[in-house]
Design a protein. Structure first.
Length: 290
């Protein structure tokens, strides 16, 4: 892919000339750019030759689904180029100009996240399948969170990790025992929450007003403790976020004992993507619950 080719695709999608294109940080999967347009507007462009067809459309749909809650802010979608016959596939988003966080950043993040979760979802799942860090996942709805978590997320991801040789087969039996117990481990039943789905600290940004924004969702209807556990897994979020969240939307009894249970999925994803370096943390957690 040449810069000129990408500029042409973005200009065609937006109906506006691209006057400058500069590379910016954008994660492990995509190449990312700031495109400056002829009307002085900037947009964020993410693209990858390795992205599965449909992944950018799924992300755009997720952003719009989360934005509809008017709670935790996410970038608006300017254009999606995600056809199989397109020489370049990608996503064009609102540019978020970074700034210093306000003093109440952590509290606002907790409050807005709680309200987004409370907006709810029609089911555990979604009306279309999606992707998690570029890995295709099924969002076919299930009657309970435990069933969805096992059959649509943990078990398929475990099988991939084993087939890749990243997880020893000796861990399959402990996981199977955990799957058998999931209904008991998952806590009191809750209605489906509207989840970001990949809410590690790197996907939380400071926007131009110093408040929190979220990017790169893998959105679906699920258990809200998943987003909270992911936020605790990588990075060091301010504990005020969780305190304000609990004031806004109190957590069910025993939530602290389920944090590491909810971290099994993101660890499995990291094993699939990056190899066996995450297996020790994965094994310690699964054995804790069986």
């Amino acid at each position: 892919m040449t810069t000129a080719a990408l500029e042409s695709v973005v200009a065609s999608a937006l109906g506006r000339e691209v006057v400058a294109l500069e590379s910016v940080t954008g994660g492990d999967i995509n190449d990312a750019y700031r495109a400056r347009l002829s009307n002085d507007r900037s947009v964020f462009v993410k693209t990858s030759s390795q992205a599965p067809a449909g992944s950018y459309r799924a992300e755009a749909d997720g952003l719009e689904w989360l934005a509809a809650t008017d709670t935790l802010r996410v970038p608006s979608v300017a254009a999606v180029v995600d056809e199989l016959d397109s020489p370049i596939r990608g996503l064009v988003l609102e540019w978020i100009e970074p700034a210093a966080p306000r003093a109440d950043f952590a509290d606002e993040l907790g409050r807005r996240l709680a309200r987004m979760h409370r907006a709810g979802a029609a089911a555990f799942g979604l009306d279309r399948d999606g992707f998690l860090a570029g890995i295709p996942v099924s969002n076919q709805p299930c009657a309970t969170w435990a069933e969805f978590c096992v059959t649509r997320r943990l078990d398929p991801m475990l099988r991939q990790a084993v087939d890749l040789g990243h997880v020893p087969r000796s861990l399959v039996m402990p996981f199977d025992r955990l799957f058998d117990r999931m209904h008991d481990l998952a806590g009191e039943p809750e209605d489906p929450a509207r989840l970001h789905g990949d809410l590690w600290t790197g996907n939380v940004m400071v926007g131009p007003d110093g408040g929190p924004w979220a990017v790169d969702p893998a959105a679906f209807g699920g258990h809200r403790e998943m987003d909270l556990a992911m936020l605790r897994l990588f990075g060091t979020p301010d504990e005020r976020t969780f305190g304000t969240y609990a004031e806004e939307f109190p957590l069910s009894e025993g939530w602290a004992d389920r944090v590491e249970l909810c971290q099994l999925l993101p660890l499995l994803v990291h094993v699939v993507l990056f190899g066996a370096g995450y297996v020790d943390g994965l094994e310690r957690r699964v054995r804790r619950y069986v």
